[in-house]
Design a protein around this ligand. Structure first.
Ligand SMILES: [Zn+2]
Length: 395
């Protein structure tokens, strides 16, 4: 009898749970497949699948301007195919709105002959690329091996300090950098004739921004300064770095969002709460259905650092070399476990990892003998494993 009642409770409970899950708001998300959307004459948005990075395409009689290069290689090839479906003109310029792999990583499919257009802070980073990063950049598209021989991104780029205007085939294309000490080189692209704006990182719609305590995406002040400049343009359509297309109201919405987030942290600071309590007590659940609620902890800490007058958190790290045997391969070679020097080392393969001895990470198998160079942070726990710099697979 008691057992029957327990079973009954179990059933009611699971029905209730299923009902609650259905009631939970669905997260704002782009479709299962990427879309190529015409925004104006000769202007297209490539809206990445499932909130992957977006891109923008501007066709002129003097060639195509591509803004950002796709989340990963299949997306980059898809962008190239979509461009070919609307014009025979070649891609001549590639604007990078944000120096992160999901925006910059597809560049070797187009450059050369196309030229990279970047803010000068990004130009400095590209000029400082390490040999393993250059090697892995050249290998992203095997069909480009010959074109890229002996080249690095810095060998085909132009940079600008704050603004740059391209006049191409009767079209005006403005590149805008909004100055702030923590703006790492984010650039907006404005087409005054059609009212279309690629708003870069600051222009998210329905997505909690990924601001981080190392300020690698800038700060809330950096974002507010950018949003102020973008709002003044009164764009008709906005292409954000990720997620659904938006407009000027979404820019204003993001301003309100950031002001509320800062106010929440300030109120807790005024009550004398310390960082751990502030991180625990912080949420932006007022914005229901927005993507990336996982960003709340970082956001709270970033705002706390800003309001405390602290700069970015600095993580120290050291490069280590090991040789060992692969004991586990997961996520198509993204995550590796090595047995080396009597211990187990977990490693993460990124788009910057240079792999020698096999074509790419998907070829990695258990039992392979390898040499590895990885980065070990000194003052935080790399829960997901260490970032791998080089991996050599022995024959
Ligand atoms: Zn991104």
């Amino acid at each position: 009898m008691a057992q029957g009642r327990a079973r009954m409770f179990g059933l009611v409970f699971s029905l209730l749970a299923a009902w609650l899950i259905q009631l939970a708001p669905s997260v704002a998300m782009t479709g299962e497949t990427a879309e190529f959307v015409k925004l104006a004459d000769d202007v297209y948005a490539y809206v990445g699948k499932k909130n992957d990075a977006n891109a923008m395409v501007i066709v002129t009689t003097q060639g195509v301007v591509l803004v950002d290069t796709g989340n990963n290689q299949p997306d980059t090839r898809d962008i190239a195919a979509k461009i070919k479906s609307v014009t025979n003109h070649p891609v001549r310029w590639v604007v990078i709105t944000q120096y992160h792999g999901d925006h910059f990583g597809g560049s070797p499919l187009f450059t050369p002959p196309a030229t990279l257009l970047v803010h000068e802070r990004v130009a400095r980073d590209l000029a400082a690329m390490k040999p393993h990063q250059i090697k892995s950049w050249r290998k992203r598209f095997p069909e480009r091996a010959q074109a890229l021989e002996g080249l690095a991104p810095k060998d085909m780029m132009m940079s600008f300090p704050d603004r740059m205007t391209l006049n191409l085939g009767g079209k005006r294309i403005e590149l805008i950098y909004v100055d702030d000490q923590y703006n790492i080189g984010d650039v907006a692209v404005w087409l005054p004739e059609s009212g279309v704006l690629h708003g870069s990182f600051a222009a998210y719609k329905d997505r909690h921004p990924d601001i981080r305590p190392d300020y690698s995406h800038g700060t809330t002040i950096t974002m507010l300064k950018q949003l102020e400049a973008l709002l003044a343009l009164k764009p008709r359509i906005v292409v954000p770095s990720h997620g659904p297309l938006s407009d000027v109201r979404d820019l204003q919405n993001m301003v309100d969002y950031i002001l509320l987030a800062r106010q929440k942290v300030r109120v807790m600071m005024d009550r004398g709460l310390g960082l751990p309590e502030i991180v625990k007590g912080f949420d932006m659940n007022d914005y229901k259905g927005w993507d990336r609620a996982s960003h709340f902890d970082w956001m709270a800490e970033t705002i706390w650092r800003e309001l405390s007058g602290l700069g970015p958190i600095v993580t120290k790290s050291a490069e280590r070399d090991v040789s060992g045997v692969v004991t586990k391969v997961a996520e198509a070679g993204r995550n590796l476990t090595l047995a080396a020097q009597g211990r187990e080392i977990r490693l993460r393969v990124s788009s910057d990892t240079n792999i020698e001895g096999v074509a790419d990470r998907t070829q990695l198998r258990e039992g392979m003998k390898v040499t590895a160079t990885y980065i070990e942070p000194e003052n935080f726990n790399a829960a997901l494993g260490f970032d791998l710099v080089e991996l050599g697979v022995q024959p």
